[in-house]
Design a protein around this ligand. Structure first.
Ligand SMILES: Nc1ncnc2c1ncn2[C@@H]1O[C@H](COP(=O)(O)OP(=O)(O)OP(=O)(O)O)[C@@H](O)[C@H]1O
Ligand SMILES: [Mg+2]
Length: 371
């Protein structure tokens, strides 16, 4: 039997729904998930993160405290995962910790920078495992967007040379990876669940609209959807990436000025906004697509997936399913990607795709922290 090759992936995305933790054995060409764990983020910490995400007057004290608090929380998430899966820390080669993004400013503005927090020193010391973190800044130092980074992982595990395939990750922000003839491209398409979650919380008190059932009770406003789609991000050519700084609750409030619509109609319109911007990004590829494999929490929003199926039908009638079809649960794909990115770093292999991020060359990503 080959020796296990175990890595842990930790992901806490723009939605801030929870910390996703996975343990993966990479000993063969398939991903063998040993176990997964979803770790809650306390509400007070969420509020602190949201405050840090808000451009304006920045608070370095709050930054420092939150960086530490997240370091402890990522450690707790890892320890809970290891206990659940009966893995001894000595068996783990490294933890790949994405960190919590509090600011992402792509380089098309005057200066690009990106900031993920959750002190990796604390994670290494508390878990007694090596940690790889700070995955995005080497790509940015080479002029890239530092995002998206998951396409390399999608290419490695999900490509099929006979198929023109799209991996669509619908997290807070949505991004696509286009896999064709052994080539790989990809970019952020715009909002995924982020505006849906924020409007749902404000109007129903629920953190997300389960299966899109509430949105289903409303009717979309064509005028509102068309207005939202006028945002200049959708006209940018890839490479491109975006985040909470651009698409957030206050941007939505501004957009709603002058519209008198029932709250559920706005939710229905936000679904159409995400779906149409995703579909139009797919249309721009200009060639029929065989299949679209969805991952991220948006895969569980039935109303959104139903609308997506209708909207992409003109582009080759692609088969829309989830990454479960390739034996990876859509909920855990991003966390798996960061376990794999940690493996790439430990093996000193490059992991960014310059045609995706815009970096001047491929490079090894991430910094290594020992305990
Ligand atoms: N049953 C469900 N019905 C509707 N939406 C769901 C359901 N389950 C999850 N979601 C949505 O998925 C979101 C979480 O998705 P995910 O964890 O992939 O995003 P993320 O944390 O922003 O990740 P990333 O930024 O890495 O893509 C939730 O906030 C919610 O909007
Ligand atoms: Mg998440």
């Amino acid at each position: 039997m080959t020796k296990p090759n175990i890595y842990v992936g930790l992901m806490s995305g723009t939605s801030m729904d929870s910390i996703d933790a996975v343990a993966i054995d990479f000993q063969n060409s398939h991903i063998q998930m040993i176990g997964s764990h979803s770790h809650p983020i306390p509400n007070t910490l969420k509020q602190d993160i949201l405050a840090l995400c808000q451009p304006g007057v920045d608070n370095i004290d709050l930054y420092g405290r939150t960086d530490r608090a997240l370091g402890h929380l990522f450690s707790d998430a890892t320890l809970a995962l290891l206990e659940k899966t009966n893995i001894n820390t000595k068996q783990v080669i490294a933890i790949g910790s994405h960190g919590q993004t509090i600011r992402h400013q792509p380089p098309e503005k005057s200066h690009g920078f990106t900031l993920q927090i959750g002190d990796p020193n604390i994670i290494a010391i508390k878990t007694k495992c090596a940690v790889v973190a700070d995955f995005r800044r080497a790509d940015m130092a080479l002029g890239g967007q530092g995002a998206p980074l998951v396409p390399a992982f999608h290419h490695h595990y999900f490509a099929d040379p006979r198929k023109h395939r799209i991996i669509l990750n619908i997290g807070g922000i949505a991004n696509i990876t286009v896999l064709k003839n052994n080539t790989c491209s990809g970019f952020d398409t715009g909002p995924g669940n982020l505006l849906l979650d924020s409007w749902c919380l404000k109007n129903t008190g629920q953190p997300f609209d389960d299966k899109g059932a509430w949105a289903d009770t409303g009717n979309l406003s064509r005028a509102l959807v068309d207005q939202l789609k006028l945002h200049p991000f959708f006209e940018l050519e890839p490479p491109k990436s975006t985040g909470r700084e651009v698409f957030n609750a206050s941007w939505l409030e501004q957009q709603l000025t002058g519209h008198t619509l029932p709250a559920e109609d706005i939710q229905a319109s936000l679904i159409a906004f995400s779906v149409e911007t995703i579909s139009e990004a797919i249309a721009r590829i200009g060639e029929p697509v065989d299949d679209i494999l969805v991952c991220g929490g948006g895969a569980f929003n039935t109303a959104l997936i139903t609308a997506l199926e209708k909207n992409v039908a003109p582009y080759g009638q692609p088969n829309v399913s989830s990454t479960s079809a390739l034996r990876v649960d859509p909920e855990w794909v991003e966390a798996c990607a960061f376990a794999w990115l940690a493996k790439q770093r430990i093996e000193l292999k490059t992991a960014n795709i310059p045609s995706v991020t815009g970096a001047s060359r491929a490079t090894v990503l991430g910094a290594l922290y020992h305990f």
